[in-house]
Design a protein around this ligand. Structure first.
Ligand code: DC
Length: 221
């Protein structure tokens, strides 16, 4: 069968990782979580005390990480991405190191290499615009910053009851601002992307929409 590439891009907190993971699992395709790759670089820089603006050193750290697929899952240095990669500290740091063109260059090359000649679902900020412009299906998921902050607050409040919703909103807005306004590969929908605002949609509704679209526009069933 012909190679099928599906890209899902969008800002932080739209639930696109979950949607992409579920879509990949419904279609039995590998899932490439490119955010986890930027997070892995950020984690490593924090761990090794590397300044985020020291591009040469950050690139060195990036080149030392091993990314590979095990079946349909991405492994980082031989392990599943850990929960530590999802902390607020790593999230903010990832958005800062993602502004470095030389780091992006290394990771984009890795992403294309990982995809190889296979079909896959790839999720991030620049997958439809820069990494796989030839992709057959491109989606861009959005939701208002307020809805995204509310969802994140609900997810985290059990674990951290003192967490302030306004602070989460501020962090989301800071990340949006950095992701959308960086010079290299800024976050934006590809011209041929289907834009889905999921502010009022459930996770299942979104995944069903994605699956329906893939089945209607490709010969994948
Ligand atoms: O999708 P995420 O929240 O896990 O991504 C973490 C950060 O990495 C995000 O702030 C922007 C950056 N990123 C990027 O610039 N390009 C990608 N393809 C994926 C993530």
């Amino acid at each position: 069968m012909k190679r099928l590439i599906i890209t899902i891009d969008g800002p932080a907190g739209t639930g696109k990782s979950t949607a992409a993971r579920l879509l990949a699992s419904r279609l039995e395709l590998p899932f490439l979580d490119t955010g986890a790759m930027y997070r892995a670089v950020a984690w490593r820089c924090l761990h090794n005390d590397i300044a985020f603006d020291d591009e040469t050193q950050v690139v060195k750290q990036t080149q030392q990480i091993r990314f590979e697929f095990s079946g349909n899952r991405l492994l980082i240095d031989g392990n599943e991405p850990s929960d530590e990669l999802r902390s607020d500290e790593v999230s903010q740091a990832a958005s800062v190191i993602a502004t470095l063109p030389a780091v992006r260059e290394v990771l984009v090359a890795q992403q294309r290499k990982l995809a190889g000649e296979y079909s896959l679902v790839s999720e991030g900020r620049d997958q439809g615009t820069v990494v796989f412009p030839q992709a057959e299906c491109k989606f861009f998921l959005t939701a208002s910053a307020e809805v995204r902050a509310e969802r994140r607050w609900k997810d985290l409040r059990e674990e951290n009851p003192t967490l302030c919703k306004e602070m989460i909103l501020e962090e989301i807005q800071q990340r949006d601002e950095r992701d959308q306004n960086r010079k290299t590969a800024p976050l934006k929908p590809a011209e041929d992307a289907i834009i889905i605002d999921n502010s009022k949609k459930t996770r299942e509704e979104v995944v069903n929409l994605l699956v329906e679209h893939v089945q209607q526009t490709t010969d994948y069933s």
